[in-house]
Ligand binder design. Structure first.
Ligand code: FAD
Length: 392
């Protein structure tokens, strides 16, 4: 039987970042991941980092490559009514965001953790958490054909929406608040130069579109699509035609197309689990909450949870004080609900929900208001770049 101070389930960004931060403070952890290293490293997901996330990566010692290769963005474009309006993020808030793929961050974290052999166990199965309401929780798992048990002081459930940490809790021990949206996003990745130096969020009668990027040579585009849509129904040609149709003419004329490297459909949902702590088990990141990707908050919220939890664990092992750990759930949820509100609002602002002329006119009025009001633009900007920690 193996022992560690913190057992971490899941080697996504939250699990690896937590493990890396703890390691820098001399705290031992073991990460149990059900997928292979290659699979985790190549998953195409989020790509926009708030500056607090960048700073946390730097604190963890994995910020160097992102500062060299990431793209600093000081603004974004809203496209509607065949025109465009720039939101000056830096001018309105003094802050920027960084475009850097989640898969690149995963790569940096995996490389950093590989300095400690055995700190991450890949391709484990049958993970089950026991005795979280005692001071000596255990995590059972199967690895390389054999059953094992990990004894620990704390368990961090960083295993995402489909993980076992939340699912294994007794019925009735948590409250879940959920909203599903009647559409999904169809994403396409291609090695073509981005349409615009900054992200373009387009609201159109045919549906929402987002023009994003991963680098100056690689673009990531999204279309609002039906929940029934399958990738096979969307040839590259159909995708590019539809994207062009949803953009203002000045943008559409500049669109450079090419063969897709990847295409995927994701449903959109908001989900918040309360509380985020059960005895010695802490839920972190997507294991506790999901937001629609419109506000680019999923990865950033996961990092924010890690920030709060890592400080609590560091304080506990340094001084024996459990004060910050006791505050984890309330502190994390304060930020989670504000990001959930923003992601819901930004989604409602830009997507087409139904052919309801009243709702469409309200959307158009709000977009015009945003374009003319510095106060409304500032509110969007301060949420988009990420609220300061003392505001949440
Ligand atoms: C397809 C997709 C696209 C996305 N696009 C965006 C985007 O454009 N913008 C944005 O902001 N956010 C996006 N997100 C959300 C963002 O990627 C997540 O918020 C972020 O990955 C959360 O990190 P995490 O570490 O908490 O969870 P995850 O990244 O989900 O990591 C959880 C890890 O736990 C592992 N795991 C699961 N179950 C078990 C188990 N039983 N045992 C052991 N390990 C387990 C998983 O394999 C995974 O490696 C997207 C998410 C998905 C799924």
């Amino acid at each position: 039987m193996r022992s560690t101070q913190v057992a971490i389930i899941g080697a996504g960004p939250s699990g690896l970042l937590l493990s890396q931060l703890l390691s820098r403070h001399g705290i031992d952890s073991v990460v149990l991941e059900c997928q292979s290293e290659d699979h985790v490293q190549s998953r195409i997901r989020a790509g926009l980092l708030e500056w607090t996330t960048v700073e946390l990566a730097q604190e963890a010692g994995v910020g160097a490559r992102m500062m060299r290769e990431g793209l600093v963005h000081d603004g974004l474009d809203l496209a509607f009514a065949n025109g465009r309006h720039r939101i000056d993020l830096k001018g309105l808030t003094g802050k920027s965001v960084l475009v850097y793929g989640q898969n690149e961050l995963q790569r940096d974290l995996i490389e950093a953790r590989s300095d400690e052999p055995g700190a991450v166990l890949w391709q484990v199965s049958d993970v089950a958490v026991h005795d979280v309401h005692t001071p000596a929780p255990r995590v059972g798992y199967r690895h390389e054909g054999r059953c094992h048990e990990l004894r620990c002081d704390f368990v961090a459930g960083c295993d995402g929406y489909h993980g076992v940490s939340r699912a294994g809790l007794p019925q009735g021990s948590l409250a879940q608040y959920e909203r599903t949206y009647p559409f999904g996003w169809l994403g396409l990745l291609a090695d073509v130069p981005p349409l615009n130096p900054e992200l373009v969020y387009a609201s159109h009668a045919r549906g929402f579109a987002l023009c994003s990027m991963r680098s100056s040579r690689r673009s990531r585009y999204y279309l609002q699509c039906s929940l029934e849509d399958r990738v096979e129904q969307w040839s590259d040609g159909r995708f590019w035609d539809e994207l062009r149709a949803r953009l203002p003419e000045q943008h559409a004329a500049r669109l450079v197309t090419g063969p897709s490297l990847e295409k995927s459909v994701v449903p959109l949902r908001s989900l918040v689990t309360e509380p985020m702590r059960f005895g010695q088990l802490f839920l972190v990141g997507d294991a506790a909450h999901i937001v629609p990707p419109t506000g680019a908050k999923g990865l950033n919220l996961a990092a924010a949870d890690v920030r709060v939890l890592s400080r609590g664990l560091i304080e506990f092992y340094r001084s024996g004080s459990a004060t910050l750990l006791a505050e984890y759930s309330a502190r994390a949820l304060g930020r989670v609900w504000k990001a959930t509100r923003f992601s819901w609002w930004f989604t409602a602002l830009l997507h087409r929900f139904s052919a309801d002329p009243f709702a469409e006119r309200l959307q158009a009025a709000e977009l015009e208001y945003l374009a003319r009001s510095a106060a409304a633009s500032r509110s969007l900007a301060e949420n988009y770049v990420g609220l300061a920690f003392d505001e949440t």
